[in-house]
Design a binder for this molecule. Structure first.
Ligand SMILES: Cc1ncc(COP(=O)(O)O)c(C=O)c1O
Length: 391
């Protein structure tokens, strides 16, 4: 009889990505209903989705937009001006700091803490030594909110503008504070890309408690155009250089349908997290952080000290891909990207980020992942790491 390891060498499953949407019949029906209605865009489904998001995130205002990057761009237009200095993290998707560049402001990359989020103590040092720093763009990396007490302290003490990029974190909470509630920030953004907790295909949203910012964002989303009841029937005025960052009613109907299931999606993620945590206990695979009830786990990130193993990170990626397992690396430090290097970035001292980049990767984490698939991922990860000892 073949041993597990011999069997496992030839056994393959269908490709298991690191993240994937879960679309059900009622989601599809919600989109079909809009397609046969009068409004495909700027209709009632947009407003309904925005209101549902505001209620879920416990925030006053939400503006739904074409994607998370558009959300970051509009947020930057209302928060920043050319030349502003902005502290941000190298451990994010490119869009976070790109948005700072879009408006001619200047990202300053700060090292991360052990949990993958920006190091707020280092941010404080920077704020102390340079009073001209205008803002901080922080990311609730992997679904783990940035420490709210410290964020409040920095905001109160240094009068710094704060954007929370919650693209990974809808559904997360720290005590009573929900992700994207803007309790200790000026603006938060969300993304509804299919790998995220819930999807609208492409899609994003901006949340804020400021009426003034909300009204500006609405105008910028639609070409900078304003139409008021006192105007003549054909009149509209362009008051700003805006964009078309609208989201369709079909997408918003899908979003509202998905939002109703979000808590159950997160519950399944937590089940998977607990199973991963248990499997990796006392092993050389270290979870970036173990379950503590706060993160909504967009990503499940593990850390492996490759210097102690016979396999390199690259080999591990190839070997798991051969088994149809799509692990992924979140993220390559943004400041080390060629474009950023061409702007003079890349030499920042970021030892924690450097170690993170050497050792960390994300395992499959999405509500549709079955227990069987998860076990397959865990076994193959261990198998690749200790294979030498088993053959
Ligand atoms: C942290 C973060 N911010 C912003 C974005 C941009 O969102 P979108 O892909 O919806 O434009 C992403 C997308 O991956 C992200 O991970």
């Amino acid at each position: 009889m073949k041993s597990f390891w011999q069997w496992n060498k030839v056994y393959k499953m269908q490709f298991i990505p690191y993240g994937k949407q879960l679309i059900e019949d009622n989601d599809i029906q919600s989109v079909v209903d809009v397609l046969t209605s009068d409004y495909l865009t700027t209709g009632p489904s947009v407003k309904a989705f925005e209101e549902a998001l505001s209620a879920y995130c416990n925030v006053n205002y939400t503006v739904a937009v074409a994607n998370g990057t558009a959300a970051l761009h509009l947020a930057s237009l209302v928060l920043l001006k050319e030349g502003d200095k902005v502290l941000t993290t190298p451990n994010s998707f490119l869009a976070t700091s790109n948005a700072i560049l879009y408006v001619g402001a200047k990202p300053i990359f700060v090292d991360i803490a052990k949990d993958g989020n920006i190091d707020l103590d280092l941010c404080e040092e920077a704020l102390k030594s340079d009073a001209s720093i205008k803002a901080m763009y922080v990311v609730a990396f992997s679904g783990n909110m940035v420490n709210q007490k410290k964020l409040k302290y920095l905001r109160d003490t240094y009068n710094v503008t704060i954007l929370e990029d919650c693209a990974h974190a809808i559904g997360a909470k720290e005590g009573d504070i929900k992700a994207a509630s803007c309790t200790n920030s000026d603006i938060s953004i969300l993304s509804f890309h299919p790998v995220k907790h819930m999807t609208t295909g492409e899609g994003g949203a901006i949340t804020t408690n400021s009426k003034e910012l909300y009204e500006k964002l609405l105008i910028l989303r639609g070409h900078g155009m304003v139409k008021t009841p006192d105007m003549k029937p054909w009149e509209y005025e362009m008051r700003e250089l805006g964009f078309n960052y609208r989201i369709t009613d079909m997408q918003c109907a899908l979003g509202s349908s998905q939002l109703k299931k979000l808590d159950s999606f997160i519950e399944r993620r937590i089940e998977l997290v607990k199973a991963y945590d248990k499997a990796f206990q006392d092993s050389m695979v270290k979870p970036l952080y173990t379950y503590d009830g706060k993160s909504s786990y967009h990503l499940y990130v593990v850390q492996v000290d490759f210097s102690k193993l016979d396999i390199s990170k690259e080999e591990l990626f190839h070997k798991l891909r051969e088994k149809n397992i799509g692990i992924q690396l979140h993220y390559i430090p943004i400041n080390k990207q060629p474009y950023y290097k061409s702007l003079g970035y890349g030499d920042e001292v970021t030892p924690v980020m450097d170690k993170y980049y050497d050792e960390c990767f994300s395992l499959p984490m999405f509500p549709k992942l079955t227990d069987e698939e998860q076990t397959f991922v865990i076994n193959n990860l261990f198998f690749c790491i200790i294979e030498k000892d088993l053959v």
